[in-house]
Design a binder for this molecule. Structure first.
Ligand code: PMP
Length: 417
């Protein structure tokens, strides 16, 4: 079916929001990796709420748990109450995620968004160390509030937020559009040279794989060196796993590939497994310096999200889930190898079920591929400094035939752009 006249959106959308113009359709239902629109079109979803739908849309296993909980009048909101839903989640999360990895973290519920988790992590690091400085990386994305924006690299977003960058030292990430860089050596110099102008920071905050920045996975060696350096200088290491975590990289935490233990970890997006808001900060027990009431928020710990997240933990423990995940990672790897063999001025990067197709700094090329994909029933989002990268984030649970159909659209799209 041809796309309908798009005028209606121009009237409904505020001037500054462009998303709905990128995907001009009115979506109504979704199942697994597929979406359908009000006017009967179907789309494959490789965007998945920027990594929020790792278990796909409306996973029956999770959905019926939430539906049963609601039917039994379980608390929908329970601020400052200890609830069965919260206890079940904490138990499942400890048994599924923390204990098997030997991680002895406290779990702090923050406001509903990833931004909230980052904000809390930065505050904790500052309070714990009594220092205000932070180190962040070029290309980083950590959120839109002033604290988290201050460690986000985007000049455009920072200007819009009036963020000056005081207290934050930006260091080039291991890899980026300008090539590889010895960030560890550079940071070491800044910290050891008393004339560098850089005060010892409270924390280094890093994504183990930069997603918004253009899908740049950090190497295991680089993350290990960063861990070693921060330990040696008494600086806290915060891993932002909001987009790369919850299985996206093939392991629950992306940092597991490097075998490191961060001091603080932020998680959000796919934690509830269902698109319900749930954000946490995990930190080493001895870092807990919070006094009661120092970091509050009405929507900390959504009860429905707890129920969904508990079910997601159960899915994570199922062998069948991992068998399918491994097969999908393998399919995506083969697709990547195929693109690499094509040449055509494109570069691929990624890890696990995250793949970036970098079409170079001419943004229209990536945009054209996105447009082609949409016109042929596939939703993909762009990332990178100048929207030069097409980012693929299919559900980890995707049906292999649907994954293949989506990849086929991209194959044909690449021929045409
Ligand atoms: N950190 C990372 C790594 C992210 O990708 C995002 C969201 N794209 C955030 C933080 C902020 O999360 P939210 O949009 O939920 O505030």
């Amino acid at each position: 079916k041809p796309a309908p006249e798009f005028k209606v959106f121009e009237e409904l959308e505020s001037e500054v929001r462009l998303y709905c113009r990128t995907f001009p359709a009115v979506f109504e239902r979704a199942k697994g990796a597929e979406l359908s629109t009000e006017d009967g079109r179907t789309f494959i979803d490789f965007f998945c709420g920027a990594g929020t739908l790792n278990y796909g849309h409306n996973s029956d296993f999770i959905k019926f748990r939430v539906a049963d909980y609601l039917a039994a009048d379980g608390l929908a909101h329970g601020l400052d109450m200890y609830t069965v839903a919260k206890r079940d989640f904490l138990t499942a999360f400890a048994d599924t995620v923390l204990r098997p990895r030997g991680l002895d973290y406290k779990v702090q519920f923050t406001g509903p968004t990833g931004t909230d988790a980052v904000e809390a992590a930065l505050k904790l690091a500052r309070k714990q160390t009594g220092r205000s400085g932070l180190v962040a990386f070029t290309g980083a994305y950590h959120g839109m509030s002033r604290g988290s924006l201050a460690v986000t690299g985007s000049r455009r977003a920072r200007r819009a937020g009036g963020v000056s960058g005081q207290d934050v030292t930006f260091v080039p990430y291991e890899d980026g559009p300008q090539g590889r860089f010895d960030s560890i050596g550079y940071l070491e110099r800044l910290l050891t040279d008393p004339s560098s102008g850089v005060e010892p920071p409270a924390a280094v905050i890093v994504e183990p794989m930069q997603m918004e920045g253009g899908v740049y996975p950090a190497s295991a060696g680089w993350l290990r060196a960063l861990r070693e350096l921060t330990e040696r200088h008494g600086i806290l290491l915060i891993l932002d796993e909001i987009q790369a975590g919850c299985g996206r990289s093939g392991r629950f935490f992306c940092f597991e590939h490097a075998g490191i233990t961060p001091d603080v970890v932020t998680l959000s997006k796919s934690l509830s497994g269902y698109g319900l808001p749930l954000s946490v900060v995990l930190f080493r027990r001895e870092l807990d310096v919070w006094e009661p009431g120092e970091h509050t928020g009405t929507f900390r710990g959504n009860q429905l999200a707890f129920v969904a997240a508990t079910a997601a933990c159960e899915l994570w423990r199922q062998d069948a889930f991992h068998v399918r995940l491994a097969a999908s990672v393998d399919r995506l790897d083969r697709f990547r190898a195929e693109l690499d063999a094509l040449g055509r001025g494109l570069v691929t990067r990624g890890c696990g079920m995250a793949l970036g197709i970098d079409l170079g700094v001419e943004p229209p090329r990536a945009e054209r591929l996105q447009r082609y994909a949409f016109d042929h029933g596939l939703i993909v989002e762009l990332c990178g400094r100048r929207d030069e990268v097409v980012k693929l984030l299919p559900p980890l649970t995707i049906d292999p035939a649907v994954l293949d159909r989506g990849l086929d659209v991209l194959r044909r799209g690449l021929q045409s752009v």
